[in-house]
Design a protein around this ligand. Structure first.
Ligand SMILES: [Zn+2]
Length: 400
């Protein structure tokens, strides 16, 4: 790992402090080795009386997270987003967060090189393109982690995560102060009014982990009379427990060996906890289900072990919803053939569920925001990554 892992406030060294001028609020930081245009613009700003980068009321260029390399997360200035297409909206990000999937590049399992980060977001619309009809400036919005038009055949069938015009928000990088959201009418869902601050973590959860856990539960056909097993006690797994409960499942088995996560799983509706993993975990699930396995299993990790555990925990005829992004998973054809189970998964079409999820949060029927057990200012994103990597935090909320 790069040396900056040991420094929770990457980019907050003396160089950053020295460059802070009267027009640059003390909040923001500059990477030690970054010599891009942003830094040069800042130098201009601290010398001259008319800083060129200042557009309208902005006092500084926006800041955002950039992952230089595995383990090397910095918060730096990024170019302010602008409307490019008439269907775009610019949002000021109220809150974003670090995803379990952000840990794959952080740990070097996925390639990363100066990548903007972040795909979960809630915020306020600052500007809209000329063709945006469903939103207005000032709306508080929640969007999913996939841009979607919400009108193509695939979207209308409920699979907005595979929209024919879709792109991943991870290419935009919402661990930042602002973001340009393409296809804003299709992607963003406004809340009924400005939310109470206490609702913001829950609305942010809807952007990915709640929507993903919900899809996992729907894909696994969790419902009345069903026994549901959830493999994975990260934020998505916990949200899958919440979803299974809301969908009316009779019994919900959370597979977790962490006491704090077990407690949260019980809060969200788990009736049983299984600490064993692998084949021992499968044996335990069978023991709890008269030797049959669960009707519905949700896989929320993405490793070979968890996927195998999930398949073997599903009873014949049962449903497995898999929502953990798989890494190096290979499924043996013969075992799948003889399992006789339904498999359904992939990147969750969160947009399908957003209106209902927002309403449930608005009505305070669900409290998904509890999955955020660490809140940090955007500047301290590097510490957030470290905390999640070391499993000191389930999920980190970043305030812009
Ligand atoms: Zn579409």
């Amino acid at each position: 790992m790069a040396d900056s892992v040991a420094e929770p406030r990457a980019g907050g060294g003396s160089a950053g402090r020295r460059l802070r001028g009267p027009v640059a609020p003390s909040q923001w930081t500059v990477g030690r080795s970054f010599h891009g245009s942003g830094t040069r613009m800042l130098r201009l700003s601290t010398r001259g009386s008319a800083p060129r980068y200042v557009q309208s009321k902005e006092k500084h260029p926006m800041r955002g997270v950039i992952m230089y390399a595995p383990g090397d997360v910095r918060v730096e200035e990024r170019e302010d987003p602008k409307i490019i297409e008439p269907t775009d909206a610019i949002i000021r990000v109220t809150a974003s967060c670090i995803c379990g999937s952000d840990l794959w590049p952080y740990r070097g399992i996925e390639a990363v090189d100066h990548q903007v980060m972040g795909h979960e977001y809630v915020g306020v619309v600052e500007e809209i393109g000329s063709e945006v009809k469903n939103l207005k400036v000032g709306d508080f919005v929640v969007g999913s982690f996939v841009i979607s038009d919400n009108t193509c055949d695939i979207c209308r069938s409920g699979y907005q995560s595979k929209c024919v015009h879709g792109t991943f928000v991870s290419t935009i990088g919402t661990q930042s102060e602002k973001a340009r959201i393409p296809l804003a009418d299709g992607t963003l869902v406004p809340t009924p009014e400005q939310p109470d601050p206490e609702l913001i973590p829950s609305l942010l959860a809807a952007s990915d982990v709640l929507g993903t856990g919900w899809f996992g539960a729907v894909a696994a056909e969790a419902g009345p009379g069903k026994t549901v097993a959830v493999v994975g006690d990260g934020a998505v797994g916990l949200m899958a427990v919440l979803a299974a409960k809301q969908l009316g499942a009779e019994r919900i088995i959370a597979m977790s060996r962490h006491p704090d996560r077990q407690e949260l799983a019980r809060f969200y509706g788990a009736t049983d906890i299984v600490e064993e993993r692998g084949d021992e975990g499968v044996a335990k699930i069978k023991e709890l289900t008269n030797g049959l396995g669960a009707h519905s299993v949700i896989e929320a990790v993405g490793t070979q072990e968890s996927m195998t555990q999930a398949i073997r925990s599903t009873r014949p005829g049962g449903h497995l919803g898999f929502v953990g992004v798989t890494h190096g998973v290979e499924l043996p054809g013969l075992e799948l053939f003889f399992a006789d189970i339904h498999l359904h998964g992939g990147p969750a079409p969160v947009r399908r569920f957003l209106p209902d999820l927002i309403q449930m949060i608005w009505d305070r029927k669900i409290d998904p925001g509890k999955v955020f057990d660490l809140t940090l200012p955007l500047d301290q994103a590097a510490e957030g990554y470290t905390a999640m990597d070391e499993r000191r935090a389930i999920k980190v909320l970043l305030t812009a």
